[in-house]
Design a protein around this ligand. Structure first.
Ligand SMILES: *Cc1c(COP(=O)(O)O)cnc(C)c1O
Length: 381
C-alpha cells in the first residue's frame, strides 16, 4: 500500500494547508514597518487566546525556553517555590528551578493523579514565604487536566505568583489568564496553535511584572524587560523567527475566524469521542481527570505497549505517542490536538483496533469506532 502517515501525536501537531504554504513566501526583513505590523497582529492574536490585557511575548525557542524565561524573570537566588509534578512536564518545572539554585518544594504526584486545589492550599500553608507556584494546565505525559481556576483562587490570596505551563493545553482547554488569576502563562507554537515548533509565548500579570522589575536571577536573552521595551516599538530585541511568525499569523487567522470558544468545543467533542472509543474497545483511561488535549490509555496486561505503538506507526503510519519514563510500554497516548478533525480521531481508533487484532489481543470488533462515531454524529457542527 502507499505509505501515508498520520501525525496523531500531542506535539508537534499537523499543520493546516495555508500554514504550510505560508512557509514558502519570500522572507521580509524584520526591521521594517511591514514586519512590525505583522508582529503586532500576531501578539494581538495571542492575547485573544491567552485572554489577557497584558502583552504576550514571542520567543524564538521551543516551549521549554519559555518555561526557563518564566523562572528567570520572576525569581531571585534562593527563593522558595512550590512545584507540582504530575508527570514529565510538571517535573521539568522543578528541574529548571533547581538548575537556578531555588529552594524547591516539589509535590510529586503519582502520574495520572489529580491534585485538588484544597491540597495546594494545604501545601502552600506549610511553605510560608513561597514566591511562586508552578503548575501545568494539561500534563501531556498523562493526559491529565489540572484545576487552574481553583489554583488561581488559592494562590492569588498569597504573595506567590501562579505560573502555568499551558503549552499543550492553551487553546484546547479553557484557561483565561486574567479571569483565573494566572500570573505567568506560557505556551508554544506546535500544539493547539497549529504552527511548526520553534516559537514560545509568555505573558506576565501586573503582580508578576512588579516582581520581574526586582528579580535578580541572571537573565539576558530571555530578559522580558527588553522584550517589553522592544514590543512598544513594534519589534523584538533579537532577530525574530520571521518565517515561523508568518506561519503563526495564518494559523491565528484560522483561530480568529473560528473563535476560541468553538476551538475549545471542538477539542471537547473529539476528547469525548476518543474516550468513548477507548471504552468501546474495553480499554481503560489512564488519567483520573482526563482533559480533551490527548487521551492516555492503559495498555492491558499481557500486551506490550511499545510493540503496539511500533506496529501502529510502522505498519499503519499512525503516529501516536507511547508512554514516557516509567510508563514506557504501559500507556499509549492518542492526541486530538490542534489541526486534527473527527476523522483523525477515527483513524487513531481504527489503527488501534487493527493493531490489537494484529497483536492477538481480544477486543469487541467495531465497538470502539461505533461509540466514537455516535458522539461525532450527534455533536458534529
Ligand atoms: C510539549 C510540552 C512541553 C515542552 O515543550 P518543548 O516545545 O518540547 O520545549 C512542555 N510542557 C508541556 C505540557 C508540553 O505539552
Amino acid at each position: 500500500m502507499i505509505k501515508k502517515t498520520y501525525l496523531l501525536s500531542p506535539g508537534p501537531t499537523p499543520l493546516p494547508e495555508e500554514v504550510l504554504a505560508a512557509a514558502a513566501v519570500p522572507l521580509i526583513h524584520h526591521r521594517t514597518p511591514e514586519f512590525s505590523s505583522l508582529y503586532l497582529e500576531v501578539t494581538e492574536g495571542l492575547k485573544s487566546v491567552f485572554l489577557t490585557g497584558q502583552d504576550v511575548f514571542i520567543l524564538a525557542c521551543s516551549g521549554t525556553g519559555a518555561m526557563e524565561a518564566a523562572v528567570v524573570n520572576i525569581l531571585s537566588p534562593g527563593d522558595r517555590v512550590v512545584s507540582v509534578s504530575g508527570g514529565k512536564f510538571g517535573e521539568r518545572w522543578a528541574h529548571i528551578c533547581r538548575a537556578y539554585g531555588l529552594d524547591v518544594r516539589e509535590i510529586v504526584l503519582e502520574w495520572g493523579r489529580d491534585f485538588p486545589k484544597e491540597k495546594l492550599a494545604a501545601e502552600l500553608g506549610a511553605c510560608p514565604g513561597a514566591k511562586a507556584v508552578f503548575v501545568t494546565l494539561s500534563e501531556t505525559s498523562t493526559g491529565a487536566l489540572f484545576d487552574i481556576r481553583g489554583y488561581g483562587e488559592v494562590v492569588s490570596k498569597t504573595e506567590a505568583l501562579l505560573v502555568v505551563d499551558g503549552i499543550s493545553g492553551l487553546g484546547a482547554a479553557p484557561c483565561p489568564m486574567d479571569d483565573w488569576n494566572v500570573d505567568v502563562l506560557i505556551s508554544a507554537s506546535q500544539k493547539s496553535f497549529m504552527a511548526p515548533p520553534g516559537l514560545a509565548y509568555i505573558a506576565l500579570s501586573r503582580k508578576a511584572w512588579s516582581r520581574a522589575e526586582k528579580a535578580s536571577l541572571p537573565r539576558y536573552y530571555f530578559d522580558l524587560r527588553k522584550a517589553r521595551q522592544s514590543l512598544a516599538e513594534g519589534t523584538s530585541p533579537w532577530t525574530p523567527a520571521i518565517s515561523l511568525i508568518v506561519q503563526q499569523k495564518k494559523a491565528l487567522d484560522r483561530i480568529k475566524n473560528m473563535g476560541l470558544e468553538r476551538l475549545i468545543e471542538h477539542h471537547r467533542i473529539l476528547g469525548e469521542a476518543v474516550r468513548a472509543g477507548v471504552r468501546g474497545l474495553r480499554l481503560e483511561l489512564f488519567a483520573e481527570r482526563p482533559g480533551n488535549v490527548l487521551t492516555a490509555v492503559k495498555v492491558p496486561p499481557g500486551l506490550d505497549g511499545r510493540a503496539l505503538v511500533k506496529v501502529m506507526q510502522s505498519k499503519y503510519g499512525a503516529h501516536i505517542a507511547g508512554g514516557q519514563e516509567a510508563y514506557k510500554g504501559k500507556i499509549i497516548r492518542l492526541a486530538h490536538l490542534g489541526y486534527m478533525g473527527g476523522f483523525d480521531a477515527l483513524t487513531a481508533l481504527s489503527a488501534l483496533e487493527m493493531t490489537l487484532s494484529e497483536l492477538g489481543h481480544p477486543h469487541p470488533a467495531g465497538d470502539g469506532l461505533r461509540a466514537a462515531q455516535d458522539i461525532l454524529k450527534e455533536k458534529w457542527t
